[in-house]
Design a protein around this ligand. Structure first.
Ligand code: H53
Length: 842
């Protein structure tokens, strides 16, 4: 059965020798070995990687049982579904999450022990499913976990990339990128649906024709591919519900172009295959910056087209062509602008294929769709050239033109009280199709505008961000549709990001609170506040942190060969490398710390708080500045980690190939984490929430979800510094009048002068922030530098008082209840989706 998880079991599973009833483990042991025998032809003498395969293929069957039960139930009940359309799902590993969510970790842990293995090591053999870049993709994965846990009928829809996020290596301290070949050993977590395939077309021509006496538009694509479905079951926690992530693989229409093959034109026959497979081949490695590549638009249309057809075909099977009722049975969440072509595609399917009148189709479309904006940077919103769209999706371009005509006409009426010139300006500013501001000859389709016009609800992802969306980015639209705009502060799943990645802390929390109910009711974590100042509890809390630090130290040793001081403050910044996230500012403060240590006498140094600084994150392959920042981190690390005078007090390590599973090791070990984006630039951030849950103190700016985290934790417990979002426009304008701190000037000279070598390579980095003219230092590092150093001093002072530090640490976890994605998903379900739980019987 699927019992509610007892954290006691988690703690027990951790102990390698804990003798649990092997009677219950025996059938599982047998199942694992027979999987190895009959699926892989193996007989004994297994590696951890083998044990992983056997275990995963065995667990898969339990997962599918649960999946089938859930979907039988949903089929019978026919509830309204939410479909989460996302170009990215950053799932990470599945084994641990699956056994814990299904409540079968006890049996499987025991079975593996009987076979002589440890679950943790076996789980470590799994490759991450890295079908996403960063925050946006991981958010989608957390949302799936919460939707299933809350029994909400809902699926994710996306692309089954053959190559996910690239693997990052370091060569002489520079980033190198390697392909993520993640499917070579098979994927036990997916089910290929040979019966679920849809055609997706591109290019070609559009004609008006009489079909059965009715004037219709017929699109004849010049190129077609098939979208092949793969289902990835998503187990909820402490519920029989297992939902689904359906990913599409692009395959050729004809296995071979037989005509060409018979004529001996082998190359041409293979071309179709290559072209089709190219669509789902690789994830674009960009995070929060658009990649205006045609293939990217093709990917977007590919998965949206297949997903909409799939939903409509299931609807048709039950409700026939009663499309007016579609919004009562289905709604879609557009995760950023990436799936926005859905607005035009749903119109096309309803009007051209199903024969509905335009206005009826428009009502249905706008009722079904909702849009989440995830970025404040206007240049990061997708805009596709009309030329590209018209060539690749000629019918969609027409539809968008008609939508825009109707929209601008409606605006004209709505704004009739404005003076005609002003009205014309407003309409031009809100037109979905507009000229490229940098190239007046080029017309663009603004995908965010299309999404807003085509949706019922538009939301931002943290309070400050939603306000910026309303007041700046989409202000014109907000003026017209104030009630469309909402906030849904992001969240993370407390299963993966606390209970499963930190079972020791989970066990302690459960012991203190007297139950493990907090795992799906995180508001209960507030009960920890009562223990925050209790010395005995602090001692236990600290012991867990120490154990997790030891694990991270082991990892650093494995990667860099160095032993680090485990009593040092573990100071972490892990996220995509981006100028707005300001890893550079972090490095500058580390250099400053190093220089201070160098000036001290050995006695003075002994009084300093030792730190182990860790930075990790990938740079988009074409993002030159980000790559230089990585090199600066490694170069500074090379100098300070070897310096015999200071190396006991300060280290800096770059951990390559930061991904979900690495985060699961790093976050529980962190004591201080850095979220130091320029105020008003990070839409939300979600790793900040994961650190908070794990009792890690935050040094951060007044930005994104940091603000709400500080409010929940007590602002006085957070190291806040820096300018406020309202100030940045003015500060940017005043750039040339800004007087830099003398310490800043010194650091710039150090880097420029070659203190860390590679001075030519670092020159553009120095120039990007150090030349006090308008436009330089766009992210205001110089403005925040002094405040940041002061906040760092406060960190040191607080760390010296361990009981105060531990009190704060407990207060962080206690204040993290709001940041469960269960809360976020409940809000989406109630305020936007209007979907209700539908739990199958156990
Ligand atoms: O989305 C996260 C936010 C984070 C934001 C991130 C994001 C991407 O990862 C990619 C594209 C994009 O527009 C935004 O940068 O602040 O927490 C989830 O909402």
């Amino acid at each position: 059965g699927r019992s509610a998880l007892r954290v006691q079991a988690v703690a027990e599973a951790e102990r390698p020798t804990a003798a649990k009833s092997s009677a219950s483990a025996e059938p599982v042991t047998h199942d694992i070995t027979s999987k190895l025998k009959y699926l892989f032809g193996r007989n004994g003498d297994y590696t951890n990687a083998d044990a992983y395969q056997g275990t995963a293929w065995s667990v898969r069957e339990k997962l599918i049982d649960s999946f089938n039960k859930t979907h039988e139930h949903w089929k019978k009940e026919d509830p309204k579904f939410i479909y989460y359309l996302s170009a990215e799902f950053l799932m990470g590993r599945s084994l641990t999450n699956t056994v814990y969510n299904l409540g079968i970790e006890g049996e499987y842990g025991a079975a593996l022990r009987d076979l002589g293995y440890q679950m943790e090591k076996v789980a470590d053999a799994e490759r991450d499913a890295a079908l996403g870049n960063g925050g946006l993709g991981r958010l989608a994965a957390c949302f799936l976990d919460s939707m299933a846990t809350l029994d909400l009928p809902g699926w994710g829809y996306g692309i089954r990339y053959k190559y996910g996020m690239f693997k990052q290596g370091l060569k002489n301290g520079y980033q190198v990128e390697m392909p993520d070949i993640w499917l070579t050993k098979g994927n036990p977590w997916e089910v290929k649906r040979d019966d679920i395939k849809f055609e997706v077309g591109f290019g070609g021509r559009v004609e008006r024709k009489k079909v059965n006496g009715k004037e219709m538009t017929v699109w004849t694509p010049s190129e077609k591919v098939v979208a092949q479905a793969y289902d990835n079951p998503i187990p909820g926690y402490a519920t029989p519900t297992t939902s689904n992530l359906r990913l599409w693989d692009a395959v050729p229409i004809h296995e071979f172009d037989l005509g060409a093959f018979n004529a001996g034109d082998y190359d041409r026959a293979m071309l179709e295959r290559e072209r089709a497979e190219g669509i789902s081949a690789v994830l674009y490695p960009n995070d929060s910056t658009p990649e205006g590549k045609e293939l990217r638009l093709k990917q977007q249309y590919f998965f949206v087209c297949a997903s909409l057809q799939d939903v409509m075909s299931r609807f048709r099977a039950v409700h026939g062509s009663n499309w007016e009722a579609l919004p009562e049975k289905a709604c879609f969440q557009l995760n950023d602008t990436h799936p926005t072509i859905a607005v035009a595609e749903l119109m096309r399917l309803l009007v051209d294929v199903e024969g509905l009148e335009w206005d009826a189709a428009w009502t249905i479309t706008t009722k079904c769709l909702n849009y989440t904006n995830h970025t404040v940077m206007p240049e990061a919103l997708e805009k596709w050239p009309v030329k590209v769209m018209a060539k690749m999706l000629p019918r969609h371009m027409e539809i968008i033109e008609v939508i825009n005509e109707g929209w601008t006409k409606w605006l004209g009426v709505h704004l009739k009280d404005l003076k005609s010139e002003e009205r014309a300006q407003k309409i031009a500013a809100m037109s979905i199709i507009h000229a490229n501001p940098w190239n007046a000859d080029e017309m663009l389709v603004n995908m965010a505008y299309l999404a807003v016009v085509g949706s019922s609800a538009v939301n931002g992802v943290a309070a400050i961000h939603s306000n910026i969306v309303k007041d700046e980015i989409l202000n014109d639209f907000y003026q017209i549709f104030p009630s469309k705009f909402q906030n849904k502060t992001n969240g993370v799943t407390p299963r993966r990001w606390l209970a499963w990645c930190n079972p020791e802390l989970a066990a302690l929390i459960t012991e203190a609170l007297g139950s493990s109910e907090w795992i799906n009711d995180t508001e209960k974590l507030a009960g920890l506040r009562a223990f925050a100042s209790d010395p005995a509890f602090q001692a236990k809390w600290s012991a867990v942190k120490k154990a997790k630090k030891a694990k991270l130290a082991e990892l650093i040793k494995k990667i860099h060969g160095d032993d680090v001081n485990q009593n040092a403050l573990f100071d972490i910044q892990i996220k995509r490398i981006h100028e707005y996230k300001r890893q550079y500012l972090n490095v500058l403060s580390i250099i400053w710390r190093y220089k201070q240590l160098k000036k001290m006498t050995p006695e003075q140094r002994k009084a300093a708080v030792p730190r182990v600084c860790v930075i990790g994150g990938k740079a988009a392959s074409a993002y030159d500045m980000a790559k230089r920042i990585i090199r600066l981190v490694t170069a500074v690390g090379d100098v300070i980690n070897k310096d015999p005078e200071t190396k006991d007090y300060l280290r800096l390590y770059f951990l390559p190939d930061y991904n979900v599973s690495l985060a699961e090791t790093i976050i529980p070990a962190a004591e201080l984490s850095q979220h130091i984006s320029t105020a008003g630039t990070e839409a939300s951030g979600t790793s900040n929430m994961k650190f908070q849950m794990n009792g890690c103190l935050i040094i951060g700016t007044w930005d994104g979800a940091n603000i709400e985290i500080a409010e929940e934790t007590g602002v006085e417990n957070v190291f806040v510094f820096g300018v406020r979002a309202e100030e940045i426009n003015q500060l940017r304008k005043d750039r040339k009048n800004f007087k830099t701190d003398p310490r800043w000037d010194e650091l710039m000279k150090d880097i420029e002068g070659g203190m860390f070598g590679d001075k030519d390579y670092f020159k553009p980095l120095v120039d990007s922030v150090n030349n006090m003219k308008v436009g330089n230092d766009w992210f205001l590092l110089a403005n925040d530098f002094a405040g940041y150093l002061a906040a760092q001093e406060e960190v040191d002072a607080t760390y010296k008082d361990q009981s105060e530090w531990l009190r704060r640490s407990i207060m962080y976890t206690a204040g993290s209840g709001k940041f469960s994605s269960d809360r976020t998903i409940r809000e989406y379900a109630e305020d936007i989706w209007h979907v209700k739980p539908a739990r199958p019987s156990a």
